[in-house]
Design a protein around this ligand. Structure first.
Ligand code: SAH
Ligand code: F3S
Length: 477
């Protein structure tokens, strides 16, 4: 054989061996889903896929879905529809992952002919096998939930990262069974991740130059790990006595001590699980951010009970007071649902009054959306008319805007430490970053860079943003 042909042929074999298929991944829903997409990409990267940013060029489109409200699901159905032409012309394979996949299971393959692959949140390690099937033009599905899967040891492949802040998942699933919520059904039982693998991930992030991490879970305060394993690798961080179990306050403290130059955030806290020890640890360490996301859902005890929230309005307010006493600078944000079954004007007024007492820094507000299979859907009638839901939602949004402005005004003429994250959306002459309270600050770039902690003098504000001038590199964090 001619030696040049032999060379070309060898080269082709090598190329084919190294050929990577292109995957386009899009994510809907909560931070947890965004963190999961990074795990998915890491699994695929080790299995001959590389990420691409244009669905038109991809061999595989993955949609990581959200089921939390009906509107989220409708958006995803619409998105699938928009891929019909692409699938026909390019033979692109389409996979649906995450909560909606878990909720609908096989029904998804039946209802949406365009879908080749359905994978629930605990089955991503099975993706390479499932994709082999898809490559053979078979439909593939795995929606098994696990009591143990935490994807530890999988180092997430960061997507669109600013290389400054990253999510680190510490628990999966939820055992709380709020009556309105589909999460316990789509994400399964609560389980905590091995602290050693959490610390390893944070360590790698720090080495890459990341400055901030957000510890993620549906309910981080109920983090619980039995057994040791930390002593050898992280001796500095361990308290002297031998531990038999590690709770959220212990985990926070270990990370805060081990990584004093990194900012630590966490979300979400459930009011009934937040312990005094957690509040003390937040107060003690300057690198643990002074912000707590503390969903309340309603200000009415009657509604809280029907929601199976395990706290009353009074207990919630006592907790808020405790936080503010121990950490006066701490910001508090919320989630609220309006129009839950049987919510009347008096219940709504209770919510408005609770907001007035707490004066939250910001919040996420939703109209109740009935979710199939939940206790609320099975036991209660969705009986608050849409126009009343809308009216109440507008009222709480308006009140929140007023309180956000009030909170932001407290920062006027003060100098705050800000971690620069990215260019401001409104102007490329400005940086955008956040304070320890999680308030967004924008300011002229000068010679500062993303990743710098800078002292910013606050000159102006809206209800959503502080506007200021960076005066120096900060000594704080
Ligand atoms: N784990 C978090 C919340 C998960 S879902 C927690 O502990 O609170 C995020 C928010 O979506 C919830 O806090 C709730 O306010 C909202 N939500 C959940 N189910 C909903 C539903 N059926 N209708 C409207 N909003 C809902
Ligand atoms: Fe949902 Fe309640 Fe858990 S809102 S995620 S069931 S704490």
């Amino acid at each position: 054989m001619d030696s040049t042909i032999a060379k070309i042929e060898t080269k082709n074999v090598v190329n084919l061996k190294n050929y990577k298929k292109k995957v386009f991944i899009e994510t809907y829903g909560c931070q947890m889903n965004f963190a999961d997409s990074e795990v998915i990409l890491s699994i695929l990267k080790n299995n001959k896929y590389k990420r691409c940013e244009n669905p038109l060029e991809s061999d595989l489109i993955l949609i990581n879905t959200c089921s939390i409200r009906e509107k989220a699901e409708l958006n995803i159905r619409r998105k699938l529809n928009s891929y019909k032409k692409l699938k026909k012309e390019n033979k692109t394979k389409i996979g649906v992952l995450g909560c909606m996949a878990e909720r609908l299971k096989k029904k998804f393959l039946e209802e949406e002919k365009i879908v080749d692959l359905v994978v629930g949140p605990d089955s991503y390690r099975d993706l390479p096998n499932l994709l082999n099937k898809v490559d053979n033009n078979e439909k593939a599905i795995n929606v098994k939930l696990s009591k143990f899967e935490t994807y530890e040891r999988i180092i997430p492949e960061r997507i669109d990262s600013n290389m400054i802040s990253a999510f680190v998942s510490i628990t999966r699933g939820c055992d709380n069974m709020c009556t309105f919520c589909v999460v316990p059904f789509t994400r399964g039982r609560e389980r905590s991740r091995d602290p050693k693998s959490i610390l390893n991930e944070i360590h790698l992030l720090e080495k890459k130059g990341f400055k901030e991490i957000t510890l993620l879970g549906q309910n981080v305060d109920s983090y619980l790990w039995y057994g040791g394993g930390l002593k050898k690798d992280f001796p500095k961080a361990l308290p002297l006595q031998r531990r038999t179990s590690l709770r959220f306050n212990n985990l926070l403290e270990i990370i805060a001590k081990e990584k004093p130059k990194m900012r630590i955030r966490f979300s979400t806290s459930n009011p009934q699980d937040m312990s005094d020890e957690v509040i003390e640890v937040i107060a003690k360490y300057p690198n643990i951010c002074k912000h707590i996301h503390l969903p309340v859902q309603s200000g009415s005890n009657k509604i809280l009970k029907k929601m199976n929230r395990l706290h009353t309005k009074e207990e919630y307010l006592t907790l808020v007071e405790k936080i503010k006493n121990k950490i006066p600078s701490c910001s508090i944000s919320h989630d609220l649902i309006t129009g839950f079954p049987s919510e009347n004007d008096e219940d709504h007024l209770d919510t408005l009054n609770l907001m007035e007492t707490v004066k939250y820094d910001y919040g996420y507000m939703f109209k109740y959306s009935e979710r199939p299979g939940t206790m609320a859907e099975r036991k209660f009638t969705d009986n608050v008319p849409m126009e009343i839901k809308n009216k109440r939602l507008n009222e709480i949004i308006l009140k929140q805007k007023k309180h956000s402005l009030f909170r932001n005004q407290q920062f006027l003429n003060k100098t705050l430490c800000v971690l620069i994250e990215k260019e401001s959306k409104k102007s490329n002459d400005f940086w955008s970053g956040r304070t320890t309270q999680n308030t967004v600050v924008v300011f002229p770039k000068k010679n500062f860079c993303p990743g710098d902690f800078v002292d910013v003098r606050i000159e102006n504000c809206t209800s959503a943003t502080l506007i200021g001038d960076a005066i120096r590199i900060s000594k704080d964090i």
